[in-house]
Design a protein around this ligand. Structure first.
Ligand code: HPA
Length: 273
């Protein structure tokens, strides 16, 4: 694994013109348009990157983008690797390892999620304050490579408090509605039964989705600071029988776009690296 990470990082360093970024963004469902705000773009399809799996799901383009945003060098993953697609946890989180090898210290993650919190509305943007890992496997299971991080990493501040505060400040300044909550990560690809949404709410979750948790665990293992947002694309619970389609999930992500774009672009401009 160490060799593969180094090989992929070397390839990217040789392909990309300009400095390596300290900040990376993983763009989830429907959040791809944020790439329009990246300037001087260099786009590298995953299919050209050694050791990268190939993204298959609809709505995910599958490329790495290097460029500038808010006066900073950034890299963005347009399309991520989901556990439900059949990739193993090492594949799902491989790009985060490569980011770290390139010198990335701050990771922004985004996703679409179903809301269980009764105060949430479809189209809300939730700042992730914490998560619950309900994937059947932890991406750090197996041999620990000291070069990559400690055997037993703390997860007490998996999502940087400082970044949450900064997002709140930006939302206040711009008059944007934000909600906050705990993201429950599950395998999918089924959406939840009403009983499952209720169960996730009772155990402390505010939103549920099929990604993000593996990448955030690895980012924390690697000593990166993380900021996460979920777009609430549907609501679930005991009294809700509504079943979202993949298209509706993408539509709601589009509704939330002005808020997600404002928060992410302003966060990128303002974080200290
Ligand atoms: N459940 C799981 N994943 C999701 C959902 C959901 O309701 N909505 C968007 N991604």
């Amino acid at each position: 694994m160490l060799e593969q990470i180094a090989q992929t990082a070397d390839f990217l360093r040789s392909r990309v013109i300009g400095e390596m970024p300290k900040l990376a963004i993983i763009l989830g469902t429907g959040l791809g348009p944020i790439v329009d705000y990246i300037e001087e773009k260099q786009v590298i399809p995953y299919s050209e990157i050694p050791n990268f799996p190939i993204s298959t799901v609809e709505g995910h383009a599958g490329c790495l983008i290097f460029g500038e945003m808010g006066g900073k060098r950034v890299m963005a993953m347009q399309g991520r690797f989901h556990y439900y697609e059949g990739y193993d946890m090492k594949q799902v989180t491989f790009p985060v390892r490569v980011m770290r090898a390139l010198g990335v210290e701050t990771l922004f993650v985004s996703n679409a999620a179903g809301g269980m919190n009764k105060d949430f509305k479809v189209g809300d943007v939730m700042i992730i304050t914490d998560h619950i890992n309900l994937f059947p496997e932890n991406p750090l299971r197996g041999k620990n490579y000291k070069e990559l991080g400690d055997r037993f990493p703390a997860m007490t501040e998996a999502y940087s408090h400082e970044y949450v505060k900064l997002a709140n400040k930006i939302a206040e300044e711009k008059g944007l509605r934000l909600v906050h909550g705990v993201y429950v990560g599950t395998t999918g690809p089924t959406f939840e039964t009403p009983a499952e949404y209720e169960y996730f709410r009772v155990i402390g979750g505010d939103a549920v989705g099929m990604s993000t948790v593996p990448e955030v665990i690895v980012a924390n293992h690697a000593g990166m600071k993380v900021f996460g947002i979920s777009v609430i694309t549907d609501l679930g619970g005991k009294d809700i029988t509504y079943v979202p389609t993949h298209e509706e999930v993408q539509e709601a992500a589009v509704t939330a776009q002005p808020t997600t774009v404002a928060i992410i672009s302003e966060m990128v401009a303002r974080v200290e690296l």
